[in-house]
Ligand binder design. Sequence first.
Ligand SMILES: *Cc1c(COP(=O)(O)O)cnc(C)c1O
Length: 421
Amino acid sequence: MDKKPFVTLEQIKEIVKKYPTPFHIYDEKGIRENARLLKKAFSWNKGFKEFFAVKATPNPYILQILKEEGAGVDCSSLTELMMSDKVGFKGKEIMFSSNVTPKEDFALAAKLGAIINFDDLTHIDYYKEIAPFQETMCCRYNPGGDFTLNNEIMDTPKDAKYGMTKEQIKIAYKKLKEYGVKHFGIHAFLASNTVGTGYYPKLAEILFKLAVEIQQEVGIHFAFINLSGGVGVQYRPDKEGNDIIAIGEGVRQAYEKILVPAGMDDVAIYTELGRFMLAPYGALIAKVIHKKHIWKEYVGLDACAANLMRPAMYGAYHHITVLGKENEPLTYKCDVTGGLCENNDKFAVDRMLPQVEIGDYVNIHDAGAHGFAMGYNYNGKLRSAELLLKEDGSVQLIRRAETPEDYFATLDFTPFEKDKK
Ligand SMILES: *Cc1c(COP(=O)(O)O)cnc(C)c1O
């Protein structure tokens, strides 16, 4: 099993005539097909809706594609709200799942009519001073402890800054009810980048049981349960990815088991997936500009961790294909690096590749989510362009590359210009 790039060397050679490397490129066809599969997996639920986590790939053209596929957006900051508004997402198509929320963010979310998801009990009275309560509002839950699946610790909610304890969330719903809120949602995000069919069904079970308990104790109506993000993708080439149909079926079984007997068969299931929606359908394309032979072998790219931070930040694996050499034997062991003055600026360590030459183009896979988005300007590196490979095979520039002028835009050099004369 190997990962197959969605672009060929021939395509890239054409594209670089107009848009030089490095750049991120997204595959419209893959994005659409996957979005449809997710919808199919949850088609048993009448109110199902995906709210794409904007932070994963904050580009209006990508948001537009997902909008056409029926998705809403999940925002957590002022500018994410602004972008979503510009693309035309309206009211309840926007979920606002923020934390440590500034006033102006709540104000804009309320103005847009977004569904506000409170991260903390204290946020309710903080919000009260800013905007009126809406008909439908949501609270975020943190069960504490460890989150285990088949006796394996998946994550540790007790160490996570998000959400409210059970005691607090009950008070929150009571308060919101007193303030006139009519319909409620509940939300939790307990493990990141899970692979396997267990995560969503287990989370669903936890949230469904809690919703039944709160509905009975507080006497409120749950309109939706938001399973948030966390369904991951397989970054490695030799292992299976997620079966979203099986995941949807697992959630359905929990729904039938817990919500339906409690008379809560009108509850909509929401998701806030980012990585699952986009990661496999984006690649970082870079060119080999140097080779170096010291204590180890190094392949130096024109891209660096400022274009894709995950390997440097998390030691994350991203598969690399040398375009045009897909069928050559992997006989060359090397580190694939960028040019930051930071030794963790490595896309791969001790990776087996075909014999790489200067001028080769590499495809760094699964960079479509939390890729460009986590980019930064360290060492004065400029953000790359983003391109869209459309369904008809044409390529559209959906974000131009930064220029030095962009990098300097927030500085005023006029005092220094005087001295020069
Ligand atoms: C980051 C985030 C998501 C998306 O997470 P993925 O792992 O990319 O699916 C969804 N909801 C919230 C609140 C988030 O912070």
